[in-house]
Design a protein around this ligand. Sequence first.
Ligand SMILES: *Cc1c(COP(=O)(O)O)cnc(C)c1O
Length: 386
Amino acid sequence: MEDLSHILLQLGEDDFDDQGSVVPPLVQTANFAYPNVQAMRDALQNEEELPLYTRGLNPTTALLANKLSAIEGTEAALLTSSGSAAVAKAVLSVLKHGDHLVSVHKPYSWTGKLMTKFLPRFGIQTTFVDGTQIENFKNAIQPNTRLIYLESPNSFTFELQDIAEVAALAKNLGIHTIIDNSYCTGVYQKPALMGIDTVVHSATKYYSGHSDVVAGVICSSKAHISRIFKSEFMTLGGVLAPFNAWLLLKGLRTLDLRLERSSESTSKIVDFLLSHPKIETVYWPGHPGHAQYALAQKQMSRASGLFSLVLKSNQEKDALAFAHALKRFRLAVSWGGYESLQYPAVVAHGLSYGKDEIPVGLFRMAVGLEPVDILIGDLEQALDKI
Ligand SMILES: *Cc1c(COP(=O)(O)O)cnc(C)c1O
C-alpha cells in the first residue's frame, strides 16, 4: 500500500510533459490530434489507455482516477459527472432483465429511487434489508440475486454493515458486491481490502472538500473497470469534466488534514451534545455509545465529520427555533465541504425515510473546518433558544 501523502501529493504527477509546472496541467480539450494515421488508429483501438476523446480518457481525469483508486486500494477507477452516475453505472454493470438485488435499506435517497422506480422498468427487483444483521442478507437472497448493495455507514442514522462478513457471504454464492463508501472515504475505510468487488463514491463530498464540484468515482478490479468502460461508461456518458477533475486534484491535497480536523472536532462536539440536557441522542459511529461501536472499530480507522443529533423536544416549533438560531451551521444539503452545515429533518417533515418516520427533532450535522470552540459555542447558544 502506498503511503497516503505520496498518493495525494505526488502519485502520477511527473508523467506530464508540462515544462516543469509544479501543479499538473488542466488538459481542457474535447479531442486529441495525431501525427499520422497509425497513431490515430492505435488510439481508436485502445480508447481506454490512450487519449482520443475526453468522454473516454483525458490526462487530467486519468491522474485523478489513479489517485482515487490508490486511496481505495483497488486496481482501477472511472470518474463520473456525479456520485449518482457512479452508483447507477456500477449497479447497471452487473444486472440484466430478470435479475434481483439485495440492498441495505435507507441507502442514499436517489440510490433508493434507482432501485424502486428505475430498475423495475427493466425487470430488475430489489429487496431492502436492515443491514445490521447478516441473517437478513442471507434470508433475502434468491436464486436470481446478482448483486448485494451496501452503504456503511448510511446517512442520518449511521447504521453499519459488517463488510467482511457480507463480502464473504456474497463471494461464496458468486454474487457481486458494491458499497457506497462516501462517508468514510478510502482513507478511513477500505472495503475492497475486505473483499468488496466495487466501491463507489460521491466525490462531491470529502474528496472535493470545497463544495464546488459534483463528481463520482467507481473503483474496482482492472477487469471489471474495463467492462464498465466499454459499456455503461461510454454509452451512458456522464463523465467528469477535466476542469472538475482539476478542482478535485486541488481538493485532494488536503484530504487527510481536512478529514482529521473534521473528525476531531466532531468527537468534541458529540461529547458536548451528549452531556447537554436538551439533547435526546446522537448518532455517530465514532462514539463508544453508538450501537455498533465494536464493528465500527473493526472496519473503520475513524469516523468522519457527519453525524445526527436528536433534540429532546419533538415539537416542530423547537426544531425551527434551533435551526434558525444556528449561525455557523448553514442550512444546506450535502456535506464534506470546508463549511459546517445542518440538514434538519423538519425540512422534509411528513416524508418517511425507509419504513421509519424520522423524529422531527433530528438534525444531520456536517462539521467543517471552523475552530471547534466556535462551533460548540454556536450549538450552545442555539440550544438555549429552545
Ligand atoms: C451525495 C451522495 C450521493 C450522490 O452523489 P452526487 O455526487 O450528489 O450525485 C451518493 N451517496 C451518498 C452517500 C451521498 O451522500
